[in-house]
Write a protein that binds this ligand. Structure first.
Ligand SMILES: [Zn+2]
Length: 312
């Protein structure tokens, strides 16, 4: 199945970037903003194409197909954006999630290392990594040899204790993924634990990584899934990881195929979206179209995403 997805990506890719792409990409892959005094940079790791059904495996196929049609999207494949974030505060440089990497090479994903470099972020200056969770599209970038080589020996990796515990014997009974994915996810998490366990700084519910930068456990998607909350000078931004997807505003109750506890994920999603709508803070999420910066509005029983105007 993974091979099939690779083939799909090959055929979908009209502008194919090689392993060593040019630095002058014509489509922007980074977007910088300030939250009070804190610098936030959204960097794209690329795009991952997956079957449309994974957006909502509990929805009626006709309802799901109608949503895709209304959004001018193909019926059977959906491009998942892969956004990571770099946050600078109090002299610390924090990388939030690390993209897909190259363990399972996909032509349009795994671009974070060269895009960080193009954005002027030297990986050797990264003091902290925050992992929203340990799925391979969030940890894979740190498993690339040339990335591992340049990381600081005193790098701190912040991850929820519940996440580390979960991956010792992960439960895949409630997910809905293409064949081959559970094994690939198990394999990369296992390898990550082996290679990086000594750098982990685990937390139960939340921890402050730097002034105004907190990581808070939500659970749901995975038991240790966490979001990053940035606050400075009266301004706020939340990086929601995999708690919110493009479909999750109109249909927060739709179960995403990667959710290990879909009901709990939906509850946590609604809680977060209500809070963000009430306090009017900015949202960024891993799999929403780049740069995914915007606000959340309440819309009847559900929500609406309001993209931020780009500031040039
Ligand atoms: Zn993900």
């Amino acid at each position: 199945m993974i091979q099939m997805i690779r083939d799909t990506q090959q055929t979908n890719t009209s502008l194919h970037y090689d392993a060593h792409p040019a630095r002058d990409e014509l489509v922007p892959s980074r977007y910088a903003l300030k939250v009070g005094e804190i610098e936030v940079l959204v960097v794209s790791d690329g795009v991952l194409t997956l079957p449309g059904a994974m957006l909502a495996h509990n929805a009626e196929p006709a309802v799901r197909a109608a949503w895709l049609e209304e959004n001018f999207l193909p019926p059977d494949a959906f491009d998942w954006a892969l956004n990571a974030v770099v946050v600078k505060s109090g002299g610390r440089t924090i990388l939030v999630d690390a993209g897909m990497g190259e363990e399972f090479p996909l032509p349009r994903a795994g671009q974070l290392p060269h895009r960080l470099e193009a954005a002027g972020i030297d990986l050797s200056t990264v003091t902290d990594v925050v992992l929203t969770h340990m799925h391979m599209d969030h940890i894979g970038g740190l498993l690339i040899d040339c990335v591992k080589e340049v990381l600081r020996p005193d790098l701190r990796i912040h991850v929820a204790a519940a996440e580390v515990e979960f991956w010792k014997a992960p439960d895949f009974s409630r997910v809905s993924m293409p064949e081959g994915f559970p094994d690939a996810l198990r394999q990369s998490a296992k390898r990550f634990l082996k290679e990086y366990r000594s750098k982990f700084r685990t937390f139960e519910d939340e921890c402050e990584v730097a002034p105004g930068v907190k990581v808070c456990r939500t659970g749901g998607h995975t038991p240790g899934h966490s979001v990053v909350r940035v606050a400075s000078g009266g301004e706020r931004l939340t990086f929601a990881g995999d708690l919110v997807f493009t479909v999750g505003f109109e249909h927060p109750e739709w179960h995403n195929g990667f959710e290990h506890d879909p009901e709990e994920a939906a509850r946590a999603r609604v809680r977060l979206l209500r809070e963000l709508a009430a306090n009017r803070e900015l949202l960024v999420a891993t799999h929403m179209p780049f740069p995914s910066v915007g606000h959340v509005a309440v819309d009847g029983d559900a929500f609406r995403f309001v993209p931020a105007f780009w500031d040039y």
